[in-house]
Design a protein around this ligand. Sequence first.
Ligand code: ZN
Ligand code: ZN
Length: 313
Amino acid sequence: MKKILLSLLFNNLLFLNAQSFDLIPLGVYGGIQENNLSAYLIGEKGENKFLCLDAGTLKAGIDKAIEKGTFSTDAETVLKDYIKGYFISHGHLDHLAGMVINSPEDSKKNIYSTPETAEVLKQRYFTQDAWINFANEGTPPILGKYTYKKHGNTTSFPIEATAMSARIFPLSHGNPYKSSAILVTNTQKESVLYLGDTGADRNEKSSALKNLWRQVAPLVKNKSLKAILIEVSFENERPENALFGHLTPQLLNEEFSILAQLSDARDLRNLKIIITHLKPGDNRIEIIKKQLMENNPMKVQIIFPEQGQKIQL
Ligand SMILES: [Zn+2]
Ligand SMILES: [Zn+2]
């Protein structure tokens, strides 16, 4: 009996260890398709308590997820109850349009970001002339549905109404323009790293990514980092002076080689890498996918997310 119990416990632990997070992409592209732009729900497995990582597209993504059976409730419940807060990586429209458009129907929640991004929201979007000020600072009348939570200093803070915590890191996205990344951590100290738009350090003349890699290298080493969501916007052939603060497959490999130096190449093997922000145009997406799959020196596990399709991490 004891043996059976022990084995049950062990299997449960293994199971827990195998799947810790639900990740539901609501939008996966970096442009053009306004119904499928960067937005990813991350939450502890089975809890339906999500932080929305960027919010380029909300409603169309929630509808797609319901259509695919990812959610067995209505869109209003997902928007109002399941999404507990937003992380907005930077002020570009393709990362926040869904939040702004859906704000009249939304419930009260927090917007987590750097102080710079909160400033863009405050001065450019939640104003009286561009939209209505649904947030808690800025142009009157202030409706106060959203509360800005500004975190720019990489220290840990709680994601309210969930058991998760997070840290925000700066990124360079067409120097000197800043974007940011967020490391979301559960109570078991397992994490998922999401990067907003970013260029490579060499191209950006920045050390933002190296600093980030230095912070997450210990988590790669001890296998507690369950996945990295990172952008690849353009194909290798695109000239480096026309990347506008984005990555190519080649530049992604360059960055991973730096992460490998800070941890160990063996630790990167099979690490789940979820590719975000592919920019549609001609057959660019097919080319980028081919280049990523054919030249994968670190042997990471490359995943192309699909709108509405749950990924378990
Ligand atoms: Zn973008
Ligand atoms: Zn951007």
